[in-house]
Design a protein around this ligand. Structure first.
Ligand code: ADP
Ligand code: MG
Length: 243
């Protein structure tokens, strides 16, 4: 894949793992275009979550580095939406509180929000259709509803790069379309989007750029270039990769 000139994030020769001698990802090189929309595709255990956490600074690479390219507005800010199943919601917290975390985390100076921010927050809640249950406990929501709350929390911190781990996994058809639609609109407004998926037909095929990984990068390009039998065989170890 030709590397973009106006890049926002670069992963260079990154190797990372949890136990000595057993890297989860190895020798990863990835340059992401400013305003890009990239899907990372791979089977369970292929290192997708590990890579996203390296990108967000939550995992420190053994080797290599992650570089962010500043522009005139400064260093790009990253918003991370973790996989819903990875979060323990037994702690009592309402939707409103969770979404607010995205604002307070970022505002620094205190609990004052600009009018523009209020508008953007309203937009996030409306487009994700979660305004009506702002006062409900997170633990009472379905997986798809929790996923949208997570996305809203990341959106209200106004990131330049939005990183999402399996945002459409385990959600119903309507929720998946709402999420993809919101992501497309954010992308059109300039947000760079990086997501992982194992859904080839409903998600990956519809993205402009795909990166297949299985510990290493197997391939990188457009869906037409990437979704070949040979790449799927190398990525998934099987030809029919629809899982
Ligand atoms: P994916 O997101 O593609 O399913 P992961 O990045 O979660 O893959 O996992 C990659 C590898 O790292 C797997 O072999 C997994 O078992 C291992 N792994 C992931 N998280 C941990 C952890 N916290 N401790 C030890 N091993 C882990
Ligand atoms: Mg994962």
């Amino acid at each position: 894949m030709e590397q973009p000139d106006d890049w926002i994030l670069e992963v260079r020769e990154v190797t990372f793992g949890y136990s000595y001698h057993r890297p989860a990802i190895e020798g990863i090189n990835l340059k992401i275009q400013r305003g890009g929309f990239v899907g990372i595709l791979g089977p369970s255990g292929s290192g997708k979550t590990s890579l996203l956490k390296v990108i967000c600074g939550l995992n420190k690479p053994w080797y290599g580095s992650v570089k962010l390219n500043s522009d005139k507005t400064g260093k790009p800010k990253i918003g991370y939406v973790p996989q819903v199943e990875s979060v323990d919601w037994t702690f009592p917290v309402t939707v409103k509180e969770v979404v607010s975390m995205g604002i307070w985390n970022d505002s620094g100076a205190g609990p004052w929000i600009s009018k523009v921010a209020v508008e953007k927050i309203r937009y996030a809640l409306e487009s994700l259709k979660i305004e009506e249950y702002m006062s409900r406990q997170i633990s009472e929501l379905s997986g798809g509803e929790q996923q949208r709350v997570f996305l809203a929390r990341a959106m209200v911190s106004f990131p330049d790069i939005l990183v999402l781990d399996e945002p459409t996994s385990g959600v119903d058809y309507n929720t998946r379309e709402v999420i993809l639609d919101v992501l497309r609109k954010l992308n059109q407004a300039g947000t760079t989007i990086i997501l992982t998926t194992h859904d080839i037909s409903a998600v990956a095929k519809r993205l402009p750029r795909l990166v297949c990984i299985n510990k290493h990068i197997i391939s990188d390009g457009t869906p037409v270039e990437i979704l070949t039998d040979e790449n799927l065989l190398h990525t998934y170890g099987l030809v029919d990769g629809e899982n």
